[in-house]
Design a protein around this ligand. Sequence first.
Ligand SMILES: [Zn+2]
Length: 474
Amino acid sequence: MKKIDMIVKSDHFYTMTGEGVGYKTGVAMAIDKGRIIAMENESEILGEYSAEEMLDLKGKAIFPGFIDAHMHTGYGIMRGLAQDTNFWMMYGLGPFNNVVTEEERNSGSKLAIIEAIKAGTTTLGDYEYNMDIVSSFIDKLGARGNLTQLIREAVERVYAPGEIYEFNPEKGEKSLQEALDLYDKWHNKADGRIKILFGPQGADFLSEELLLKIQRIAKERNTKIHMHTQQGDRETYQVVKRYGKRPVAYLKDIGYLDETLMAVHLTDANDEEAKVVARSGASMILCPGSIGIIDGIVPPSVAFQEAGGNVALGSDQAPGNNCHNIINEMKLAALFNKIKYQNPEIMPAYKALRMATIEGARAIGLGDDIGSLEVGKKADFIAIDLRKPSMLPIYTKPMRNMVPNLVYSARGDEVFLSVVDGKIIYRDGKILNIDEDEIINHVSRYPESIGERASKEFFEINGTNAIFMKEEKL
Ligand SMILES: [Zn+2]
């Protein structure tokens, strides 16, 4: 008998192979050195291998770990402070974002990542300035990171309405250098669990020269560009005023639309523009909760998919979503599109699940390694507890209902176990490699002080949430 690291037994494997959900029963999964080495009839696996760890997950269903392709975890410290308002960035987020310290953001990052892990996310697509801290934390957790240090050239100051952003090349170069330092320090580290991508903030925030330089750098390093793309009318306005064309047309003309690009949001793109991006080989990241709450818009992901593009899901940020839970994003992606098209068939549960797994993996450049359960791929998977009330009752004949129950009914606490690279990182409510209580205690010490610092500007701006506070609506 061949000695290996792990055997997984379960009645239900959703492998996400093929065009659907790749359901298998009566099989077991053999794992060695972080990879799936066999998935065959249980008796054959048990006859051929003996495992260091025998995971008996009967009563659970096995899925690939979820992929959250776009997050700003540092904003986790400001959860619930910016929703339900127009001018989200300035009137909602501004008063708080202007006073939060680096230490507070790092604490928010840890909180958001814990939240995501507990709801079944195994690959985290964080995107901000504090990625060195986030890389260390993800390394320690044993999770997978697809991380991007934000690069920006536009000066951060208050602009008059209609004013074009001022570029500061020195700021842009410094910002790029920080991203390069992060790449050198972390790319392919933590046993290959961490990948570093390059993240120009958006076509409106960087000069054409710097955008193209970043593209050269990303291609030389065989990594991806993770960029907000036509993310709102503000970006469209800036790009039209500067270059005389809308962002997708501009990016196409400078040669930016190709398989290196992960286009985030496409909030202000129409179906035709979405198709142009999809046909170029670029992928899309859809953040339904965040764009719904911040803009009241359903981005054109269906058109993107119709044109053959891969779409991943993202939770974006906590002040303006307000959670990091891919189960929630699956439900919203399905529901919002059914409503948008007034058609319940447009986005079925299995398609949303594919966006959170195999299509998400392809979209972020990790399709060869994760996103489905098949021989040769890394052993990233989760076990869903089928005895939780939200998953019950379970039908297997004449039809199965586990996928719709997961997408439309589950909330996150149905995730019983998470494994990354063949190692258990979460089990029965407990994250194994960190002290969760310590992080929760840290988070709780900040709100009072942040509130004190933000108070003056919050009431001066007198945005929707300041009015709500005065009117006893919060
Ligand atoms: Zn973003």
